[in-house]
Design a protein around this ligand. Structure first.
Ligand code: NI
Length: 257
């Protein structure tokens, strides 16, 4: 049974067939899905899917690209959701995105909002789901400031060196369809250097469809491709990768059964 630890079913690209698609997941060997939020509306939707489908869980958070002028108010709404909804299992996705944000003041604000959400995770004893795009050293610096918090770096794109430090801090590393691409040399090296009991798989649907579906709308139906890619890189049976990555996600997000 596969666990897609990161998929955005709140995206409008699922509006036409969301229920049919999600209802078919268990019979397609996708036994668990975690839907992270990127702002208040998407976090609320993530919670509503978790309420509706027994195999879905939610995270709530403000993504670095979704920081509005009212972010403090948004944060207090998300705090209420995280405290009152039992299927909210993480704060995320949160972090830094310097690929889309070049302005120094806006980057400084991303850091403030990231820190505030790390504090929230610490207070609520929840793990975090970190988005780090072209911001490796600042992300790591903020992560280090919260040694009581662990979580997962999603769609991990850093170096092997940074991966080692994150593993030491108790973090998991999660991989998308990127590891199925031909030019994925760096991610492949990280997978090789990371023990299986610290790896997770995700689709990041509707984005990042793996080979041979690249360019199409992604969904959790393709999460087996990441298990196959890791099995191939590590020379392990795919059943073992499937079983261990699912256990890892359940351990991090405290999912029983
Ligand atoms: Ni995402």
């Amino acid at each position: 049974m596969l666990f897609d630890t990161h998929a955005h079913y709140d995206d409008a690209r699922f509006d036409d067939d969301r229920d049919a698609l999600l209802s078919a997941m268990p019979e397609n060997n996708v036994g668990l899905i975690l839907n992270p939020g990127c702002d208040v509306p998407s976090s609320r939707k993530a919670v509503s899917y978790a309420q509706k489908y027994p195999f879905m869980y939610a995270a709530v958070g403000i993504h670095p690209e979704n920081i509005g002028a009212d972010w403090e108010q948004a944060l207090s709404l998300l705090r209420d959701l995280a405290q009152n909804e039992p299927k909210v299992r993480a704060i995320g996705e949160i972090g830094l995105d310097y690929y889309w944000e070049k302005d120094e003041r806006a980057r400084a604000r991303q850091q403030v909002v990231f820190r505030r959400q790390m504090e929230l995770a610490e207070t609520l004893h929840l793990p975090v789901i970190v988005h780090d795009r072209d911001a490796h050293s600042d992300c790591l610096a903020i992560t280090r400031q919260f040694p009581a918090v662990t979580g997962v770096y999603h769609c991990y794109a850093g170096s092997v060196e940074m991966a080692r430090e994150l593993l030491q801090l108790g973090y998991y590393l999660s991989f998308t369809g990127v590891i199925t691409f031909k030019n994925a040399r760096k991610a492949v090296e990280v997978v090789r250097a990371t023990p299986l009991d610290r790896l997770m798989i995700e689709t990041d649907a509707p984005y990042m469809a793996p080979e041979p579906f690249r360019g199409r709308r992604n969904s959790s139906l393709y999460v087996h491709r990441m298990a196959e890619a890791i099995a191939q890189i590590k020379g392990l049976p795919v059943e073992e990768v499937e079983r261990v990555t699912t256990e890892n996600g359940k351990r991090l997000f405290r999912i029983e059964s």
